[in-house]
Design a protein around this ligand. Structure first.
Ligand code: TEU
Ligand code: CA
Length: 548
């Protein structure tokens, strides 16, 4: 950070809320804005700085709100615009900013623009979307949609196909149209006027698609579109902006998160999230985690973006399985492994994200029947693979490991009915482990995962090394331990984690002499010869004799 200014979001921690599953206030079984308002105290207690709110705009809910029919309206299942304004101001009073989720790659097919666009080739809104001629039955090319089937959908009335990278009900916007871009920017400015603290940009790497070239991500105009948008909107405020990009690499991440502020604050990239699937397979094609690759990839991003960009740090979001089940241990070592994973992540350089329930060590869920699943991606995959002849057992195994619904079961507040989420029937079943894993138990237990996260968040505020320190990997060849240090101006932070349930033996590889123990997930630390199952430690000194 030597040359660039420090921004508020650099020592912030962002908490993601999936509104549908957070807190219901009116008994219809669906979480809503008034529910969130009623839980702000809980978030204040945890110590987070900002809330990333998954979409609450008007939507037919084909993809739980990622299909927007009116960017300026709030969907009645979530509340009203007044509730939204109240959420922004009540959060602000607690020092918490609200980050809206902007879906700019596509709208709902029920958006007024699309209703017009599909009426005729000469309609003024036609060009807001991506159309190609074709003959009925033979789409322009073989591109596939993320949620199954062709990416092209025939509209017989006008004899053209429209392009959709996600569901049929999520037609892609045509960013080449300047008028469309202007309308999007005006909408962003409108939300900025409402006092939001920033934006998360859904699949931002896909807005500059070039379907004739079969290009979805990283199209040639991508960064010029982002720079234009940033200049016209974000740069007029003191916002945090986060680009979701499955197609990011360390090179383009330096553009996205250029410290000169010309694009976004940071990029949310997923390279580590593909390390437990078969090479050339899909996420459903399960493979054990490649731990050495995890060390390599985290290290690569830490080093590449140091002083040239900014990282998002996360294990979880609403599209990913629960980390404690995925790469920790949701049996006997649930608490230790959840804390270890948190320690590893929160010691890195970047802005940490906590996904609702992660701070409680919430786990994956194993519904026995596909009828309990709600996610369009999961449901479509089930059908598709059944038709292809996969066994139901195999498919359910993939779903239990990777379904997006793992992260979407209701937030577990207490041991009451439906975990305190709703007085009605929840839209998706509650994870049956809520009597053991819930917020009420953990907020009053000083050794809980919740209170451990709280401690990690407060450490980030207390020591500037979390923001500034330069990263290096320790013990690179160790197949079981993930250890690294951060250094800056005579200060040093060392993080040592046993990633597995076997004890790990350490031979003088991390020099922690004269360092103070900041945190250990077993409470007391023993001499650093042996690490217990999933043991994590964090050490600090501000008198590092080896530092420059
Ligand atoms: O996700 C981006 C995306 O590419 C997902 O389809 C992702 O590949 C998948 O969820 C992995 O299982 C964003 C949103 O986060 C997601 O919820 C939306 O469904 C999607 O965009 C479409 O808006
Ligand atoms: Ca509700």
């Amino acid at each position: 950070m030597l040359n660039s200014k420090k921004n508020w979001w650099m020592n912030s921690v962002i908490y993601q809320i999936y509104p549908r599953s957070f807190q219901d206030s009116n008994g219809d079984g669906i979480g809503d804005l008034r529910g969130i308002i009623s839980r702000l105290d809980y978030l204040k207690k945890l110590g987070i700085d900002a809330i990333w709110l998954s979409p609450v705009y008007s939507s037919p809910q084909d993809d739980n709100g990622y299909d927007i029919s009116d960017y300026r309206g709030i969907d009645p299942v979530f509340g009203t615009l007044k509730d939204m304004e109240e959420l922004i101001s009540s959060a602000k009073a607690l020092g918490i900013r609200i980050i809206m989720d902007l879906v700019l790659n596509h709208t709902s097919d029920e958006h007024q623009w699309f209703i017009e666009a599909r009426k005729s080739l000469f309609n003024p809104w036609h060009d807001y979307y991506v159309w190609r001629d074709g003959k009925e039955g033979s789409p322009p090319n073989s591109m596939k949609a993320a949620f199954g089937g062709s990416a092209w959908e025939w509209v017989p009335e006008i004899g053209q196909y429209y392009f959709h990278q996600f569901s049929l009900k999520q037609p892609d916007l045509n960013w080449n149209n300047p008028q469309l871009r202007r309308e999007l920017y005006d909408m962003i400015l409108w939300w900025m006027d409402k006092g939001v603290g920033g934006f998360r940009l859904d699949v931002i790497d896909q807005i500059a698609k070039e379907p004739d070239q079969m290009i979805t991500m990283n199209g040639s105009k991508l960064h010029s579109f982002i720079r234009e948008m940033s200049e016209e909107t974000f740069q007029k405020g003191d916002l945090v902006t986060v680009g979701e990009a499955w197609g990011a690499n360390v090179e383009n991440a330096k553009l996205y998160s250029n410290p000169d502020g010309s694009e976004l604050s940071m990029v949310f990239q997923f390279e580590h999230c593909t390390l437990d699937q078969k090479v050339d397979g899909k996420k459903w094609d399960l493979a054990p985690l490649d731990f050495m690759a995890l060390k390599r990839i985290f290290s690569k991003w830490q080093i590449a973006l140091h002083e040239t960009g900014w990282n998002s740090l996360f294990w979880n979001n609403h599209d990913l399985p629960r980390i404690v089940s995925r790469w920790g241990n949701d049996g006997v070592y649930r608490i230790h492994s959840a804390k270890m994973l948190a320690t590893l992540l929160h010691g890195l350089q970047g802005t940490p994200y906590i996904y609702q329930g992660e701070e409680l060590g919430m786990t994956n869920v194993k519904f026995s029947s596909i009828s309990s699943y709600r996610d369009i991606e999961t449901v479509n995959m089930f059908k598709e693979r059944k038709e292809k002849g996969f066994s139901e057992d195999d498919i359910m195994k993939s779903i239990h490991a990777k379904s997006r619904d793992n992260g979407r079961t209701p937030m577990q507040w207490d041991k009451g009915q439906y975990a305190g989420f709703t007085t009605g029937t929840p839209w998706i079943p509650v994870n049956p482990n809520y009597e053991k894993i819930n917020a009420a138990l953990q907020t009053r237990d000083p050794d809980s995962i919740f209170n451990y996260y709280k401690k990690l968040i407060s450490l980030r505020k207390e020591y500037d090394i979390f923001v500034e320190g330069a990263y290096s990997l320790l013990m690179p060849e160790d197949p079981q331990v993930f250890a690294y240090e951060r250094k800056c101006l005579g200060k040093k932070l060392t993080v040592i984690c046993n990633f597995f349930e076997n004890e790990a033996y350490i031979e003088n590889s991390a020099d922690i002499s004269d360092m103070a123990l900041l945190l250990c997930n077993y409470g007391e630390a023993e001499p650093l010869k042996k690490l217990r199952p999933y043991e994590a430690r964090m050490y600090y000194t501000d008198r590092d004799s080896h530092a420059l």
